[in-house]
Design a protein around this ligand. Structure first.
Ligand SMILES: Cc1ncc(COP(=O)(O)O)c(C=O)c1O
Length: 268
């Protein structure tokens, strides 16, 4: 509010919540789909129409899906935002971000802000990211295949209470995910019931490394309640659905059988 801006936070996977929250002064709807770490999916085309009818713009954080699996500009969004730290670079050795857009006037405005603020990446980071993008196609095919295989394996495992993965028929928005995505990535969240079980996974898995980032070629595991969401009060965390036994996997491009063997070794 210091800059005269106000924000309304809501669940964009429910378009009626968005429609009810739009006000005369609404300028931008910004959403993430699928969301980190609950994998909720929002209807990009529906929300683009809602935004445009209200004279606002739609911006989509496409970090989780990557452009290989989902292209929000083709679905009606005005901006696609990426943490290129993740799938685009793909090797967990760069921090970066980008905005893709179509409108030439908005592009000019953004380029001016970028030039004036000096928020530009260094040449080495750009080189590493461009090198990473060269293999996006092959990496994403493997992430998608491994992600789906592991989500299916975990869904049938008795030690797992719930799997969050938009490519599973059991996902509440499976139909929408299939409609707007070409694949479902290597991001798989699971609820293993207790913090002790979540901790055991982080301590005893040997291929999955304990780390916060995602989207790299190597598999990672994180426990949001202890890591990314540790600063969120416990009651708010549970209201969001992030239970103590909630675990987020960023499935890499290793051999599928090795990854499943690794999980089996701990889950039994
Ligand atoms: C969906 C999403 N958007 C943006 C970011 C921010 O990325 P960065 O750390 O590169 O600023 C993250 C990081 O986890 C993310 O998951």
């Amino acid at each position: 509010s210091r800059l005269g801006l106000t924000f309304t936070f809501l669940d964009t996977s429910d378009p009626s919540e968005v429609a009810n929250a739009i006000r005369d002064e609404t300028k931008l709807i910004h959403l993430e789909t699928p969301t980190n770490p609950l994998m909720r999916v929002s209807d990009i085309t529906k929300l683009a129409n809602l935004a445009h009818d209200a004279g606002a713009l739609l911006s989509v954080d496409n970090t989780f899906a990557s452009p290989f699996n989902q292209r929000p500009l083709e679905l009606g969004a005005d901006f696609t935002v990426h943490s290129s730290t993740k799938y685009l670079n793909g090797h967990s050795d760069v921090i970066g971000g980008l905005i893709a857009l179509r409108d030439p006037e908005l592009t000019e405005e953004l380029l001016f802000i970028r030039k004036s603020s000096g928020a530009v990446p260094g040449p080495m980071d750009c080189w590493l990211t461009l090198r990473g993008i060269k293999t996006l196609y092959v990496r994403m095919r493997q992430h998608n295949a491994n992600g789906l295989a592991i989500a299916r394996y975990l869904e049938n495992h008795p030690a797992v209470d719930r799997v969050y993965y938009p490519g599973l028929e059991s996902h509440p928005q499976y139909a929408l995910a299939v409609e707007q995505m070409d694949g479902f990535t290597g991001m798989v969240s699971v609820d293993v019931g207790t913090l002790e079980r979540a901790r055991a996974l982080t301590e005893h898995l040997s291929i999955f490394a304990l780390a916060e980032s995602l989207g790299g070629v190597e598999s990672l595991i994180s426990v949001p309640a202890l890591m990314t969401h540790a600063s969120v009060p416990e009651d708010r965390r549970s209201a969001m659905g992030i239970n103590p036994g909630f675990v987020r996997l960023s499935v890499g491009i290793e051999e599928e059988a090795d990854l499943i063997r690794d999980l089996e070794g701990v889950l039994g």
